[in-house]
Design a protein around this ligand. Structure first.
Ligand code: AMP
Ligand code: MG
Length: 316
């Protein structure tokens, strides 16, 4: 763990992997233009090769080095939200190797909003392919220590940039036949996107079909069983024989004989998003807990993205 951008740049130039901080979650980064390096990312994560990687770039202008036929609405979205938690799926140029995109003719591009990582990207003459820096399927890392806990032996360095401010992954947006499509809910709400792009279709992909890559159904998952419902009280009753951790939100009263993890007692969605993955990790490590129960958040603001992550964590 180290906070030297120069050290990170030098490892990356030597074709090694470095975990990098972003405002969403920590990424496991390598030279996106070098297929052999990109393969090392898949190996370190044990990630299936049909799941494409997001390419991180230092500026809006850089998007045009790696993508072509960029629709005007994509430029508007970049203008409004970059640097920020928005990934744009665009037609790729040939310089992006097929391993990055799992053979698709599109590439996911993002300009992250983190000072250290932007400085790093500006120091390199290649973009960084970076999926979240966790073993495939497990909870995404939101601190440098989370990365160290699981991937230390497989990477050259973790660039420590503190805790991630947003805490859930980027919102992924693509363009099909003149339509703007949200493929993954994330740090920007559907409403945020709609305000800039106009009409937006939400088409969340939960298939594991390699032809339709995207979000796999089970993801972000702790090893303990997690159950989720609207009615928290009923859910707690149904699991009362187990040692419970209760994930809740806002102004709720839960019997304090359970371990209570309130994502945001004041009902602040941003705070809830930034706590979610860290809470799941803490609970997963506790030997005195068997089962996790969670209440759905209200379906507004970042509530959509947080509920999506809870649902994927619940699928076994
Ligand atoms: P992450 O594990 O957070 O890096 O997310 C990578 C995700 O980005 C993949 O699972 C896909 O859902 C999405 N993605 C990346 N590139 C593309 C693409 N070209 N087309 C569609 N989705 C993409
Ligand atoms: Mg991931």
């Amino acid at each position: 763990m180290n906070s030297s951008v120069a050290d990170a740049a030098s490892f990356l130039r030597n074709d090694e992997l470095v975990a990098i901080p972003t405002e969403t979650v920590y990424g496991l980064a390598g030279n996106a233009l070098n297929a052999a390096v990109v393969l090392k990312i898949f190996e370190a994560k044990e990630r299936p090769s049909f799941d494409p990687l997001i390419v991180h770039i230092p500026s809006k202008e850089a998007a045009l080095l790696y993508a072509e036929d960029v629709p005007p609405v994509a430029l508007k979205l970049m203008e409004a939200f970059w640097p920020g938690p928005l990934t744009l799926v665009l037609k790729k140029k040939d310089c992006i190797p097929d391993v990055v995109t799992s053979g698709l003719d599109t590439v996911g591009l993002r300009m992250p909003n983190h000072t250290m990582t932007l400085a790093l990207l500006n120091n390199l003459d290649f973009p960084l392919a970076a999926p979240s820096a966790n073993p495939f399927g497990y909870i995404s890392p939101t601190t440098a220590q989370h990365v160290m806990d699981q991937l230390d032996s497989k990477i050259a360095m973790v660039l420590d940039g503190g805790a991630c401010k947003v805490g859930v992954e980027s919102t992924i947006v693509g363009f099909e036949d003149g339509e703007t499509v949200i493929y993954r809910l994330g740090g920007l709400t559907p409403e945020d996107i709609r305000k800039v792009a106009g009409k937006v279709v939400i088409r969340i992909n939960s298939s594991s079909d390699p032809k339709a890559p995207g979000m796999l159904k089970s993801h972000y998952a702790p090893s303990k069983p997690l159950h989720i419902a609207d009615d928290l009280k009923q859910l707690i009753d149904a699991n009362k024989e187990s040692k419970l951790a209760v994930i809740c939100f806002g102004d709720v009263v839960v019997d304090d004989k359970h371990a209570i993890y309130n994502l945001s007692p004041t009902g602040d969605f941003s705070e809830a998003a930034s706590n979610l993955f860290a809470f799941l990790r803490t609970i997963d490590r506790r030997e005195d807990i068997d089962v996790i129960v969670a209440a759905y958040l209200p379906e507004t603001n970042l509530g959509f993205a947080i509920n999506d992550r809870l649902e994927r964590a619940a699928v076994k």
